[in-house]
Design a protein around this ligand. Structure first.
Ligand code: ZN
Length: 877
């Protein structure tokens, strides 16, 4: 394979020819599917006459080609590994091609493939070129008419985008259905499904009174697992009408559940295709977290109908235009449907762990990258989650009402077009009158900005002086960083009153909470009439995706934990406090000194437990220590063993001292109510299960009995899985083994439950974890071809079992590299993603660095897919 070449944003040109209408016909056969395409093409008005026609196409066997009905001679076109060029074409013409493809050999799961005997497609970003020759780029938008032909007995259901307009029987036991999608769309939104599926149906009446049929298509045994997705879909449709004024635009909206899927789901026009893990739920098989994930992904894909489909991206560098905005929309939807503060805590805490790590590593890239080798590698936390944070900042800068007007303007002005991030931001600038030019740097500059804050109270003048200094670290290919426009939401909490003091800044009364704008590298803010000494509460609600440092004392943090009016910062104060204690203990562990628990932390936790909370989910978050991954992110050099030991020590110390309080908390929050994925129940369950974790951290005898009883009661998967995890992660194999066996046998038929069974075993801290991984890879429920299995077994081990993945002998690194090498052939996209933990080698000691790099080099020596090539090259650069 020759070295893959990057594509650059600055090389963008409109396509030489555009497609106005596309007619497709598929004759579905596992080894030889025939695809006929009729493309109605015309020269792009901005492009010169006489350009050759270049179409993308990969792994296609061309059977025939004709222009306006005239077959082409061999010298009139040329074929390569990546496409087809017709040397001379008219200004307007019809191109007919026929190709053959082999869905059953498609293990990359891009294009048309088979999953459990069912045909399905995944075209974003560049999968359509594996279906037929086409200008596979999002700025080519056409109406589609698609005929799907298949065996009537094996494939009774044949679906595509839009509305079914014709169906009929054909010779040889076949039948066909023709679908028409009236909305012009790029080919990445094309979808097709053929299989023996059953549907659950419902209806939605839109705000203008149109009736929409809603269908969820699944394998028969999953018919009972669609209720939550359907309810979520209806809530999302209503929310988008009420919140953004966006109405659905077809008579039919379909969701299909597929077992083998590279990502969560895909927003194909009128025919969303979902990873079964992102749509199927049942109280007995899915946890609260899974229920909430289904709700947010169903909403996300639905919201794309406007932010993505009606208005799409000009090119793939603009990916965050649709993803950042849509994630922001789904986050707000989930916040409205559940506990808003807890949603923000979950999102920010995930972001600070995983996106910060990405931004600090060798694959760091801006929200709008300026080059890529393989766009499939750019479905990242930066594009999605940081992109959403940037949209959230915009919303906070202009205010919701204005943001909504900007959003209306954007949808109206660009409906039916493929546009850029500038187009979106310029709508916000236009409606708000704000100059957002400095703000645009958020899209082009990679790396997590660091803010060092310093404050001083001037008693004599009743002033508070706050100085903020910003700096963005160097990232690969970006040495020079400019100051960003950073909105810092803040308050000053009076140390006497425990209340937010009023903020007077340069003669302006900002009330008790305000957003200050940091634009310079260093900026000072002088607050006047500050009646008592305050503790500043900065970056409330995580108002910008930055790392903020302030020299808080432990007393300051305990004070904020008790008094901050901002729920998010109250939680964050607890995290910071725990981090200070953890830092000491990590140092003690490394120096071989006896570990001593800081009593101030214990007292702060005791106060939390005594005070309780109306929002149980928030309290559960506050009682949860920072994860090992987050702790690692905050250390200059990652010592996984010291981190694990320190965190375990804190947990055990809290459990020993507050044992009765945790027991009481557990008792107060258990319930026999029938399961419902409702915020109050979820909050109570989290709280109860956090309490149980503490009790199990010290293997309290009564705690063990309660855990065992919770497992045996088999009330709902949240409780069962939590109990089984605690047993499996305890030192009591005599308890864990029978429970694991019983669970594994009971659920052997359910792949989504078996994935949970895999994950909870391979994340156990005991030294046998790697052996378990190897053993489970031979389990009949595991397949290298199923991305969910890979993520549940290999991904969970490599990303969540830090002590065992970073074994000093390097055996886990070796296993991961072996899997990557095998997957590089089968499924390059999943392979490339799986390498992530190895790319973080810079953070570890020299011995581990050497081992990790050694494995990366072993991967590099293979014949690599562009996906794996790009990641490995960056990691070793
Ligand atoms: Zn999306």
């Amino acid at each position: 394979m020759s070295e893959p070449k990057p594509t650059f944003l600055h090389d963008y040109r409109p396509p030489a020819y555009r497609v106005t209408h596309t007619e497709l016909s598929f004759d579905l056969e596992p080894g030889a599917t025939r695809v006929k395409a009729s493309l109605h093409l015309e020269r792009h008005p901005q492009r010169e006459a006489g350009s050759p026609l270049m179409l993308d196409g990969e792994q296609l066997e061309l059977k025939s080609i004709a222009i306006d009905g005239q077959p082409l001679d061999d010298d009139e076109y040329s074929l390569s590994e990546t496409g087809l060029t017709v040397h001379r074409v008219p200004e307007r013409f019809r191109l007919d091609t026929e190709v053959e493809i082999a869905p059953e050999e498609n293990t990359a799961l891009e294009g048309l493939y088979l999953s459990n005997g069912m045909y399905c497609t995944q075209c974003e970003a560049e999968g359509f070129r594996r279906i037929t020759f086409y200008p596979d780029r999002p700025d080519v938008m056409a109406t589609f008419s698609t005929t799907v032909i298949g065996d009537q007995a094996r494939l009774p259901v044949l679906l595509s985008n839009g509305n079914p307009v014709e169906r009929g029987e054909l010779p040889n036991g076949k039948h066909f259905v023709t679908w028409e999608d009236p909305h012009p769309k790029p080919c990445y939104l094309f979808a097709l499904v053929g299989g023996d599926l059953k549907k659950v149906e419902d209806r939605f009446t839109t705000m203008s009174g149109r009736e929409v049929a809603l269908q969820i298509w699944v394998e028969e045994e999953n018919l009972g697992k669609t209720g939550h997705a359907m309810a979520s879909l209806k809530r999302a449709m209503k929310w988008d009408e009420e919140t953004y004024g966006r109405e659905y635009d077809l008579d039919l909206f379909m969701i299909v559940a597929v077992n083998d899927f590279n990502m969560g789901a895909m927003e194909n026009k009128g025919l969303n295709i979902f990873n079964s893990a992102a749509v199927l739920t049942h109280p007995k098989t899915a946890t609260d977290v899974a229920f909430q994930r289904v709700e947010s992904i169903v909403a996300h894909e639905y919201f794309h109908n406007w932010s993505g489909n009606r208005v799409t991206c000009r090119d793939w560098f603009q990916l965050s235009l649709k993803e950042g905005f849509t994630v922001f929309r789904d986050q707000c939807f989930s916040a409205d449907a559940n506990s808003a503060p807890v949603k923000r805590i979950e999102d920010a805490s995930f972001f600070r762990t995983a996106q910060f790590a990405e931004d600090a590593g060798p694959t760091a890239h801006p929200v709008r990258p300026d080059h890529y080798i393989e766009i499939g590698n750019f479905y990242t936390l930066t594009i999605y989650e940081k992109g959403a944070e940037v949209v959230r900042m915009l919303c906070n800068l202009v205010g919701w009402e204005t943001f909504r007007r900007g959003s209306d303007l954007y949808f109206e002005r660009f409906d039916g077009q493929a546009v850029t991030i500038e187009d979106f931001v310029s709508c916000m600038a236009e409606v708000s009158g704000l100059d957002l030019s400095q703000f645009m740097r958020w899209y082009s500059q990679a790396g997590t900005p660091e803010i060092d804050a310093y404050g001083e109270y001037d008693y004599a003048n009743a002033e508070y002086h706050l100085t903020l200094r910003q700096r963005t670290p160097v990232t690969p290919g970006q040495a020079d960083k400019q100051p960003l426009h950073i909105p810092v939401r803040m308050g000053l909490v009076g140390t006497k009153s425990g209340r937010d003091l009023s903020l007077n800044l340069e003669g302006e009364d900002l009330g008790t909470a305000a957003v200050i704008h940091l634009r310079e590298a260093e900026q000072s803010f002088v607050f006047t009439d500050v009646s008592e000494a305050p503790v500043p509460s900065l970056l409330r609600g995580f108002s910008a995706p930055v790392q903020l440092r302030f020299p808080y004392s432990r007393e300051d943090l305990a004070f904020l934990l008790a008094n901050d009016s901002d729920g998010f910062n109250r939680w964050d104060a607890g995290q910071r406090l725990a981090m200070l204690a953890l830092d000491d203990l990590i140092a003690a562990h490394r120096n071989g000194v006896e570990k001593v628990m800081d009593p101030r932390i214990v007292e702060a936790f005791r106060a939390l437990l005594e005070r309780g909370s109306d929002d149980k989910a928030v309290l559960a978050e506050m009682l949860t220590l920072p994860s090992e991954a987050y702790i690692a992110e905050q250390q200059p050099l990652v010592d996984v063993d010291a981190i694990h030991a320190a965190r375990t020590f804190v947990k055990q110390s809290l459990a020993v001292t507050l044992r009765d309080e945790f027991m009481a908390l557990f008792e107060a929050n258990r319930s026999d109510e029938p399961y419902a994925p409702e915020p109050e129940q979820i909050g109570a369950r989290s709280l109860k299960n956090v309490a149980l974790s503490y009790l199990m951290a010290i293997e309290d005898e009564q705690g063990i009995e309660l855990t065992q009883a919770q497992f045996d009661a088999d009330h709902n998967m949240t409780d069962v899985r939590h109990a089984l995890t605690l047993l499996t992660h305890s030192s009591r194999d005599e308890l864990a083994d029978p429970a694991l066996r019983a669970f594994g046998e009971k659920w052997a038929h359910d792949p989504l439950v078996m994935d949970q069974w895999f994950s909870l075993q391979v994340t156990r801290p005991q030294a046998d974890a790697l052996d378990r991984v190897k053993f489970l890879m031979a389990h009949p429920a595991f397949s290298m071809k199923n991305p969910n299995n890979i993520r549940a077994l290999i991904g969970a081990f490599a990303n969540q079992n830090r002590v065992n993945f970073h074994r000093a002998d390097g055996e886990s690194y070796r296993l991961l590299a072996d899997v990557v090498i095998e997957l590089n052939r089968l499924n390059p996209e999943v392979a490339a993603r799986l390498i992530t933990p190895l790319t973080r080698w810079q953070r570890f000691d020299e011995a581990r660095q050497g081992l990790m790099k050694g494995e990366l080099e072993r991967i590099r020596a293979e014949r690599l897919s562009p996906n794996v090539y790009e990641v490995v090259e960056k990691a070793l650069a």
